[in-house]
Write a protein that binds this ligand. Structure first.
Ligand code: ZN
Length: 136
């Protein structure tokens, strides 16, 4: 059921999330995960600044080593920033589709039966049983 893209990262896809923990908890975890990447980004920035600060006091060989630390921290930081933005924008886009079009209930949904296209999850309102698609 999981697509290859969903399997590539730790975060559950929407359909798997609704099935196992429910929409609201899935959404909260997406936000938490996004903010964890923001914390990682801040740590990477602190790492880069720390290396640059001690750089003038180092020997040439040590500078090479610390240069590698800086590159590693910068790479982690860029990755964390991209992941943070991706997770938050996706959570936002999905949350905007979580209102039932018929009765307006927010997030009260379950997985609906029906065709599962890639990136599209068919859901059903727990209140009025209306079905609609959420696109990721
Ligand atoms: Zn409804």
């Amino acid at each position: 059921m999981l697509s290859a893209q969903e399997g590539m990262h730790l975060n559950k896809g929407l359909a798997a999330g609704i099935r196992t923990i429910g929409f609201r908890r899935w959404y909260q975890r997406e936000l938490l995960s996004g903010h964890a990447h923001l914390v990682l980004l801040l740590l990477a920035v602190v790492g880069v600044m720390g290396c640059l600060e001690v750089m003038p006091t180092l020997t040439a060989a040590e500078r090479l080593l610390y240069g590698c630390y800086v590159l590693a921290c910068a790479a982690i930081g860029v990755w964390a920033l991209r992941r943070y933005l991706y997770l938050l924008m996706r959570a936002e886009a999905i949350a905007n589709q979580a209102n039932c079009p018929r009765c307006g209930a927010y997030g009260r949904l379950r997985l609906a039966q029906g065709p599962h296209r890639s990136g599209v999850t068919r859901v059903q309102c727990r209140g009025c049983a209306h079905e609609w698609d959420i696109e990721e």
